[in-house]
Design a protein around this ligand. Structure first.
Ligand SMILES: [Zn+2]
Ligand SMILES: [Zn+2]
Ligand SMILES: [Zn+2]
Ligand SMILES: [Zn+2]
Length: 320
């Protein structure tokens, strides 16, 4: 059962499940020492590019005039022919789709030509009718008004890569390179700092897993509201640094144990946990939950101390 994390607010705000996020959706600001959600961060467009040909653009259309096929979404091949009073453009796709613009008298960008043709389709006529700007589309020979069938070439979308900064301290949380293909050169995601928490049910027992994917050892303290129908016998523990670092440093069997898949049988995992020398903290700790309940939602607050000190709230969101 995955656990969701809250960002910054408290009180009633947290009763809305939309304000809880997957860890992968969150950033971490090392200066503020806090989890940051999209509300706490500001994106800035670093580079815009065509989703079809990856050509970088400053405008809203591909500079190479890429269009997608409305039937199969493939790339359309465009040819033009000069006529005595203008020019016409032909779009062709491997799937057999083709479209002819007819004679265009005024020189203009292809994107504008298609947009203007688009205004004559039944969908736009219907939209215009409901906006009080036009009449209903005429029916075709079969008496079928063919609402919304839009068989015009589709302009390839322009995508962007955004850098992201913290709204509070203005530190950069994501910085991309100024090209299209590469991944971010700096990326401060919550997954790199905040333990991954998940709830597991094994033979009528509930177990809370904590996995540290950061490079630092951390002391963990769990708090939860008193008088609840569940109880954590163990609320303070150490969470070792991620195994990636340890695997490089040691070649003994303990490092092997720590890299095992999370899907392994729980009993198996616990045996291996207990055979690990106590001076080595595992980056994966399993905390039992004592309860008679069969289904519940546990909001807990987790305080981390170590190289970084921060707190966060997390809970399992009931499935709707
Ligand atoms: Zn936030
Ligand atoms: Zn393109
Ligand atoms: Zn096609
Ligand atoms: Zn910050």
């Amino acid at each position: 059962m995955p656990i969701k994390y809250s960002c910054c607010r408290e009180g009633e705000w947290l009763e809305d499940y939309n304000n809880w996020y997957d860890l992968a959706q969150l950033y971490f600001c090392t200066k503020c020492q806090r989890i940051k959600c999209w509300r706490c961060t500001q994106p800035v467009i670093k580079v815009k590019f065509c989703s079809r040909c990856s050509q970088i653009t400053t405008g809203n259309n591909c500079p190479k005039h890429c269009f997608n096929c409305p039937k199969c979404n493939g790339a359309l091949k465009i040819t033009s022919s000069t006529e005595k009073d203008g020019k016409s453009f032909m779009f062709n796709c491997q799937c057999g789709y083709s479209f002819d613009t007819g004679t265009i008298h005024q020189p203009q960008p292809l994107s504008r030509i298609i947009r203007n043709l688009n205004k004559n389709t039944p969908y736009y006529q219907l939209k215009a009718f409901y906006e009080g700007k036009g009449s209903l589309p005429k029916q075709n020979e079969d008496g079928d008004p063919s609402w919304g069938t839009n068989k015009l070439p589709i302009l390839a979308r322009v995508r962007s890569k955004n850098d992201v900064y913290c709204r509070v301290c203005k530190s950069w949380l994501i910085v991309h390179r100024a090209d299209v293909s590469s991944t971010a050169k700096f990326n401060s995601t919550a997954q790199d700092y905040v333990p991954e928490v998940y709830l597991d049910r094994s033979q009528d027992k509930f177990l809370l897993h904590f996995i540290n994917n950061s490079k630092e050892l951390m002391d963990v303290k769990i708090t939860y509201s008193p008088g609840t129908e569940y109880h954590f016998p163990n609320t303070k523990f150490k969470l070792g640094a991620t195994t990636e670092k340890l695997v490089g440093q040691t070649k003994d069997s303990t490092a092997e144990v720590k890299t095992q898949s999370l899907n392994e049988d729980q009993g198996n995992l616990r045996v291996q946990v207990s055979t690990t020398p106590p001076e080595v903290s595992l980056n994966h700790v399993i905390i039992p939950i004592e309860t008679q309940l069969q289904e519940f939602s546990i909001p807990i607050h987790v305080q981390i101390s170590g190289q970084l000190s921060f707190g966060f709230s997390c809970m399992n969101i009931p499935e709707v």
